[in-house]
Design a protein around this ligand. Structure first.
Ligand SMILES: *[C@@H]1O[C@H](CO)[C@@H](O)[C@H](O)[C@H]1NC(C)=O
Ligand SMILES: *[C@@H]1O[C@H](CO)[C@@H](O)[C@H](O)[C@H]1NC(C)=O
Length: 331
């Protein structure tokens, strides 16, 4: 379909991994900060009022703060700060620093974090170097927020945070790239005999046995049920999404401690979306057309509803990766 080798600049298929790397770095950066949720007005739509949360929100740092605590004002202050700590947050952003506001800077010294050939999990169509991409500069970009700096990624710390946990990426190829990148960043610390990577239909599971942890990817390019749900054989030309039906997929998301959703590119057909009212098994398909924005909004609402009923904001964390660049030659 696409030329394997290209000297085209900017628009080459290899833009894929570039975009993925950038997007992933953003994600990791964001994971580091506890106040990301303020961008989204707190983790989930409806949070219990503050007086409800006071006792339930005890996180690990709070327990440390209390250890040997003597009840003085500083201790109270620290405990209060820790009580607001979101699950899986590491460190704290300096007050007033918006990590989403900044720019990409070229970092010759500190990037890349891993070399393509060190990671056996990258899909062949994304191994730019193996396919002869001559330049390496695309691996050196780093997100620099205005007014503060992000702590460097620490794979040991991340594995410790994931101990006994299930981290799940759900979405399209962009999120698959994020997922693979994260596995590439972590797998070096895990001996060969203690890790595995397996695929069960739409679900791919990387297991870190010594940590009793999994990092997983679930293919659902529209999040809702669609005719593109087969991870290998999917129809791109005639996309049909089934209303708000996410249960078929969502039953695989139950029990995740960290969920990272994305969906965007697959909606960008430039045409109205075809929405199936009945089921894909029905012989006579009841299909209506909707404006893309309306259909997208409808599905996101269904996902949010699922998140609210199935995820606990005190113990789990949900991310949504927003729009992404296209990654086709003429996209
Ligand atoms: C990474 O995290 C581990 C575990 O918390 C810590 O012991 C180590 O010092 C950290 N490394 C760096 C470079 O900060
Ligand atoms: C492993 O993690 C799961 C949660 O993902 C937990 O239910 C289970 O008890 C853990 N097992 C051990 C041996 O820690």
């Amino acid at each position: 379909m696409k030329a394997q080798h290209s000297n085209g600049r900017g628009r080459s298929p290899f833009l894929t991994s570039y975009a993925l790397t950038l997007a992933f770095i953003t994600f990791v950066s964001v994971l580091y900060f506890k106040d990301f949720s303020s961008t989204l007005h707190q983790p989930f739509l409806h949070r219990p009022p503050p007086h409800h949360r006071r006792s339930g929100q005890i996180s690990r740092p709070l327990r440390h703060a209390h250890h040997g605590g003597n009840g003085n004002a500083a201790e109270h202050h620290r405990a209060a700060a820790a009580a607001q700590q979101l699950p899986f947050a590491v460190g704290a952003a300096p007050a007033g620093c918006d990590v989403g506001l900044g720019e990409w800077v070229y970092d010759e010294a500190a990037r890349p974090w891993y070399q393509e050939e060190e990671c056996p999990y990258i899909q062949p169509q994304l191994t730019c170097q193996a396919h002869g991409r001559p330049d390496k500069g695309y691996q050196h970009w780093r997100w620099q927020p205005r007014g503060c700096s992000l702590p460097s990624f620490n794979a040991t710390l991340m594995l410790e945070m994931l101990r006994g946990k299930r981290m799940l990426f759900v979405g399209d190829s962009l999120n698959r790239g994020q997922y693979v990148s994260l596995v590439c960043l972590l797998h070096r610390l895990i001996p060969e005999s203690s890790k595995s990577m397996e695929t069960f239909d739409s679900l791919t599971v990387f297991r870190a046995k010594d940590y009793n942890a999994t990092i997983e990817f679930y293919w659902a390019p529209f999040l809702a049920e669609s005719n593109s749900d087969d991870a290998v054989v999917h129809r791109i030309a005639d996309r049909i999404v089934r209303g708000t039906s996410i249960e078929k997929h969502a039953k695989f998301w139950n029990g995740a401690d960290i969920l990272v959703f994305n969906t965007y590119l697959w909606w960008m057909t430039g045409e109205k979306m075809k929405i199936l009212q009945n089921s894909f098994e029905d012989k006579n398909k009841d299909i209506i057309e909707m404006e893309t924005e309306d259909a997208y909004g409808m599905v996101l609402k269904a996902v949010l509803k699922w998140v609210e009923s199935n995820m606990d904001p005190k113990t789990s964390r949900v991310f949504f990766v927003t729009m992404s660049p296209t990654h086709t030659r003429l996209g």
